[in-house]
Design a protein around this ligand. Structure first.
Ligand SMILES: C[S@@+](CC[C@H](N)C(=O)[O-])C[C@H]1O[C@@H](n2cnc3c(N)ncnc32)[C@H](O)[C@@H]1O
Length: 247
């Protein structure tokens, strides 16, 4: 049983196309302004690439994708295969554990950049039974960051998630998300994200900490995004891209 992927994930993603589309648009805009130096990409946890734009994948000559979910390869091919083929991008999809495979992949593709596609915030759900999720996530993040020394890499992941009343009646979701993104950019020199934007989601109750606040080196420029995962359950996504000298 995959606690962060598999059939339930595919079904939700397929059904939530309209609800997720403003967030996918924000992610696409953020990805589009990145300038990865490498033409090879190691893509971790992309599932079917439900939230990824094919246009960004076309920047690369070669992509090695890896996900635990054995269904993901076929669905990824259905969503992105034609565009990748037309764009001359060679790609390979491996069904395996990205955490254990990462050192081998980094060795096999010494020039490749790495993108964690909404996977690091799921570490806590993959802690073996009886193991403290916080310790498990912290230990893996430390290891991952050690492996990535000197590499160009990025991630989009959950920071927090929880119940929300959603937008007030009449509020437009794409517009609200744009406003949220603008408000959530920390002022220059301030490393703490401004949480005022969360008010737009009208959160209530307890929110879950995805244990990702230490993913990026402190000076990484961050993009915060609101994601209405369900109408009444929102996620705070954070994205960042780390140059080889920043790691
Ligand atoms: C929240 S989903 C995000 C999927 C994807 N980014 C998308 O837009 O559809 C998390 C994905 O990470 C994968 N995953 C979680 N832990 C993994 C691991 N250790 N190795 C490889 N994939 C993993 C899951 O199988 C799932 O497909």
């Amino acid at each position: 049983m995959n606690p962060s992927g598999g059939l339930p994930w595919h079904f939700r993603a397929w059904r939530s196309k309209a609800l997720w589309s403003p967030t996918c648009g924000q992610l696409a805009a953020w990805l589009a302004q990145l300038q990865p130096k490498s033409k090879q990409l190691i893509l971790l946890g992309p599932s079917a690439g439900w939230m990824l734009p094919s246009a960004w994948l076309l920047r690369f000559d070669y992509i090695h994708a890896i996900d635990l979910d054995p269904l993901a390869h076929r669905l990824f091919a259905r969503r992105h295969g034609a565009a990748l083929k037309a764009g001359g991008v060679r790609w390979q999809y491996q069904s395996a554990n990205a955490l254990t495979e990462l050192p081998r992949l980094l060795q096999a593709y010494p020039q490749a950049c790495v993108f964690f596609d909404n996977v690091l915030g799921q570490l806590r759900f993959h802690a073996p039974k009886g193991q403290d999720p916080q310790l498990f996530a912290a230990q893996h993040l430390r290891q991952i960051k050690r492996h990535l020394q000197g590499r160009e890499w990025g991630s989009v992941h959950d920071l927090l998630s929880g119940p929300a009343q959603g937008l007030a009646p009449g509020q437009d979701f794409p517009l609200a998300c744009e406003a949220i993104a603008a408000e959530s950019r920390p002022p220059a020199g301030d490393t703490q994200p401004d949480t005022a934007w969360l008010a737009a989601a009208r959160p209530h109750g307890q929110w879950l900490d995805h244990l990702t606040d230490a993913v990026f080196p402190p000076s990484t420029p961050l993009q915060n995004m609101a994601w209405a995962f369900k109408p009444r359950y929102w996620h705070w996504l954070q994205a960042g891209w780390v140059g080889p000298d920043l790691t």
